[in-house]
Design a protein around this ligand. Structure first.
Ligand SMILES: *[C@@H]1O[C@H](CO)[C@@H](O)[C@H](O)[C@H]1NC(C)=O
Ligand SMILES: *[C@@H]1O[C@H](CO)[C@@H](O)[C@H](O)[C@H]1NC(C)=O
Ligand SMILES: *[C@@H]1O[C@H](CO)[C@@H](O)[C@H](O)[C@H]1NC(C)=O
Ligand SMILES: *[C@@H]1O[C@H](CO)[C@@H](O)[C@H](O)[C@H]1NC(C)=O
Ligand SMILES: *[C@@H]1O[C@H](CO)[C@@H](O)[C@H](O)[C@H]1NC(C)=O
Ligand SMILES: *[C@@H]1O[C@H](CO)[C@@H](O)[C@H](O)[C@H]1NC(C)=O
Ligand SMILES: *[C@@H]1O[C@H](CO)[C@@H](O)[C@H](O)[C@H]1NC(C)=O
Length: 264
């Protein structure tokens, strides 16, 4: 990844001015992203505003800001001093170019990830890498809120918006550690083997990426097996006289599989 970026940087055409790079920073109130200025690379979030600051370049009749993402390369705004700045369509209502210091403010969208530079007719800055990450919404926990003691159960944490780099679970506010009975599978799934009443409680799934952290909690209630075995078996015996339904009745609360290694 880093190598790819490096190669991309080296492969870019155009003269670049060593030591005269541009700087960028995320503006408040976007506290989900790092607000300190960066000179080569910045990670920011969709919806945040970044300020790109231009260094002084050799005297010129025109300047412009450029964006490159993969094979696409384009002009964001160009400015010849005798005319109003010309902003290209995709940036129209979300950028502000300062005609005095040539800085550029931009409200970020998903597609803004990529490389940026500032240029005059004579020279250009090096490419600046901007990584634009979508903040995570509250994840969704899918699972059964009521489980009988002795059964296996699982909770699955789904991220609905954005991409999580890290997942972890908490139980009643404390980080949940793995064990023979508590297993984490595929980052997103918590498996509880042979649940006991002690496993009842609030389970929270916490998700994180470079610009955000979010979580959701889920109340799991493990029922004392004695309280439910009687009515359940009773129901099964009554309906059991109708062959076939008995099987369905027994199977209804079989443990979920898929992903979890329930073991022996
Ligand atoms: C603005 O820039 C676009 C392309 O960069 C160009 O086609 C257009 O003619 C320019 N408009 C003005 C008023 O300079
Ligand atoms: C920008 O805003 C103007 C006025 O609100 C609107 O007419 C125009 O279509 C918008 N351009 C883009 C690219 O959204
Ligand atoms: C443009 O930059 C100048 C110099 O940094 C600053 O004084 C001015 O307030 C800026 N204008 C806008 C509209 O931000
Ligand atoms: C979590 O996501 C919700 C939207 O699903 C959002 O309103 C909230 O601000 C997020 N929390 C954090 C700490 O980012
Ligand atoms: C899950 O975790 C593993 C190792 O911790 C990691 O390599 C992998 O990229 C993660 N997958 C997702 C989708 O987060
Ligand atoms: C349940 O928790 C209690 C108190 O924390 C402990 O003494 C007991 O051994 C636990 N039982 C099981 C089955 O984990
Ligand atoms: C929850 O339990 C019911 C019955 O015990 C079962 O049919 C269902 O598949 C379970 N749902 C999940 C998400 O495991």
């Amino acid at each position: 990844m880093l190598l790819a970026v490096l190669l991309l940087l080296l492969a870019r055409p155009g003269s670049s001015v060593a030591g005269r790079g541009l700087t960028a920073r995320t503006l408040p109130p976007c506290y989900s992203a790092d607000l300190s200025p960066a000179s080569e690379r910045l990670v920011s979030a969709v919806g945040c505003t970044v300020l790109l600051t231009a260094p002084a370049l050799a005297a010129s009749k025109a300047v412009s800001w450029e964006h490159a993402a993969g094979p696409r390369e384009g002009v964001i705004v160009s400015y010849a001093f005798d005319r109003p700045a010309n902003t290209s369509r995709p940036y129209e209502n979300r950028t502000r170019f300062n005609e005095t210091d040539f800085s550029l403010q931009m409200v970020l969208q998903q597609g803004d990830d990529g490389l940026y530079r500032f240029r005059s007719e004579e020279e250009a800055t090096g490419w600046f890498q901007l990584r634009v990450v979508e903040p995570l919404s509250e994840p969704e926990i899918v699972g059964n809120s009521s489980v009988k003691a002795g059964r296996n159960t699982k909770l699955v944490c789904n991220v609905l918006e954005g991409k999580a780099d890290l997942y972890w679970w908490k139980k009643n506010g404390e980080v949940l550690l793995g064990s023979d009975r508590i297993q984490f599978v595929d980052n997103t799934t918590l498996c509880i083997v042979k649940a006991s009443m002690n496993d009842s409680g609030y389970y929270a799934c916490v998700v994180r990426n470079a610009v955000s952290q979010n979580e959701t909690s889920f109340l799991l209630h493990v029922q004392n097996a004695a309280n439910v075995v009687l009515p359940m078996s009773l129901a099964c015996v009554v309906i059991g006289s109708l062959a076939g339904i008995f099987v369905w009745c027994r199977r209804r609360d079989r443990p979920c599989r898929g992903g979890c290694r329930w073991g022996a």
